[in-house]
Write a protein that binds this ligand. Structure first.
Ligand code: SF4
Ligand code: SF4
Length: 458
């Protein structure tokens, strides 16, 4: 037996699940074989930029994945580089061969975690967060309530004054400092009135079902409220299916494809049952994951066709508005803003123009482009918890790239909002971080209140 085969023989590969439902199939040879080793991807890869290490580049990771799949290396050889990847998919944008690096990384992670089931020491923390918290909306809301109490009751101020927070690792202190104050939940009465009548679709008025998400629902329920108002303002009816759950994106990124499939099935039942024409999200990560439900459930005969139907109806909020046509707000906001391209909007969903079109439609708003706006901010799901040092380096670069003259930073993903807010706070800058739809909603609300004049004139 060749040495490489011996290594592979005693490795985790033996314990891998290789079947359909709930099991972990490995990366597809048709996908990794597309790599021609040209290296075009190296210079856009954030981890390679920081480390100059081939193993921490897209080309290096694809090579390791191939070597493991072909039995030339044990599964453990790929673990470090595969999990140090941000899954930002910047490499896919420039790859001339169309290598789906993000999908290869996710499949490889699923394979590694399936093989390690129950044997990894640090697994309990991820499990607690991913399976114990994110899969239970009521627990998440309860956690959000506790966080709000801590933030507004004076406890946070007291904890900072006596220095209790110093016991936390530096990266958790930074995240704590950057967390927005959990908004009070308003429970918008639905359906919202649709001013000017409903937009007709092929089978009557256009119906939108909104994913409120897990993180969005707790930390950014104000953004969800703004999203619902903006959809209604643009002549579409909006519902929020009650039985919806987390989209599973965090689980896919962490290699827990089994939990992600369970969540996907629950969402498919819930959203397709709502009869909506479109399933809309304001979170780039959720949108990218839901557009890939068809792939996630490709080996599930009971759900595959419905998963494809579901994915075909998913739209990011900016995509929906541009596709359906939107009314430019009849009000002025005098703002100079900058825009950060969330990886899972620009690289995963190829949505770059639409958010900028929305911003350009607001009278008085100008956009000053930031340098390298498509480079990852280091948030990447739970990456800032699992790889805090790399996340911090990337955040520092992002904050340095935010133009000083911008009076707000706009983006379309909650993870980026938390991360960039933490970075700005940490560097003493008070520039607000807003979701694209929040700025649009501000203009519509101004229009509604009859304040058509310039913001600075009032
Ligand atoms: S750009 Fe694509 S083909 Fe070229 S090395 Fe990177 S992954 Fe391989
Ligand atoms: S997904 Fe991002 S971090 Fe991972 S290899 Fe590609 S560019 Fe690098």
């Amino acid at each position: 037996m060749a040495k490489a085969e011996e290594m592979a023989d005693g490795s985790l590969r033996d314990k891998m699940g290789q079947g359909p439902l709930g099991m972990s199939a490995g990366p597809d040879p048709d996908e990794y074989s597309k790599c021609v080793h040209c290296g075009f991807c190296l210079e856009v890869c954030p981890t390679y930029q920081q480390l100059s290490d081939e193993n921490q580049s897209p080309r290096g990771r694809v090579f390791l994945i191939k070597q493991v799949a072909e039995g030339a290396l044990p599964l453990e050889a790929a673990e470090g580089p595969v999990f140090a990847c941000l899954d930002c998919r910047a490499c896919e944008t420039v790859c001339p061969s169309g290598v789906p690096v993000g999908h290869l990384i996710e499949m490889s992670r699923g394979q590694i975690r399936a093989a390690q089931k129950g044997s990894r020491k640090s697994a309990w923390r991820e499990q607690l967060m991913l399976r114990g918290l994110f899969t239970h909306p009521e627990r998440l809301r309860a956690a959000g309530g506790l966080l709000r109490f801590y933030q507004v009751s004076g406890l946070r101020r007291a904890a900072r004054a006596v220095g209790v927070l110093k016991v936390l690792p530096a990266h958790l202190r930074e995240i704590e400092a950057g967390l927005p104050v959990v908004p009070r939940r308003h429970h918008t009465p639905l359906p919202l009135p649709v001013p000017g009548g409903e937009r007709p679709g092929a089978s009557g008025p256009v119906r939108v079902a909104l994913l409120t998400g897990c993180v969005m629902d707790v930390l950014f329920s104000d953004v969800n409220e703004a999203t619902a108002r903006v959809i209604a303002r643009n002549h579409m009816s909006v519902t929020v299916p009650e039985g919806q759950v987390c989209c599973g994106a965090l689980h896919v990124h962490a290699g827990d494809r089994e939990a992600a499939r369970d969540l996907a099935r629950r969402n498919i039942d819930e959203f397709l049952g709502s009869q909506a024409d479109y399933i809309v999200t304001n979170s780039a990560g959720c949108g990218a994951a839901m557009k890939e439900y068809g792939d996630l459930l490709k080996d599930d005969p009971a759900y595959h066709a419905r998963a494809e139907t579901f994915s075909g109806r998913v739209r990011d909020i900016s995509e929906l508005l541009v596709e359906q046509g939107f009314d430019p707000p009849q009000a002025t906001l005098d703002r100079q803003v900058t825009y950060h391209d969330a990886c899972h909007l620009c690289h995963a969903q190829h949505i770059r123009k639409q958010p900028r079109q929305l911003l350009a439609a607001i009278d008085g708003v100008s956009v000053v482009e930031m340098n390298d706006s498509e480079r990852c901010c280091g948030s990447a799901g739970i990456y800032n918890l699992t790889h805090p040092e790399m996340a911090r380096q990337l955040l520092q670069r992002k904050v340095e790239d935010i133009p000083q003259e911008a009076d707000a930073v706009i983006m379309g993903n909650p993870g980026c909002m938390i991360q960039i807010r933490a970075g700005l706070t940490g560097s003493g800058r008070e520039t607000p971080v807003l979701h694209t739809v929040q700025l649009l909603d501000m203009a519509y609300r101004r229009e509604l209140s009859g304040e058509h004049r310039s913001e600075r004139q009032t």
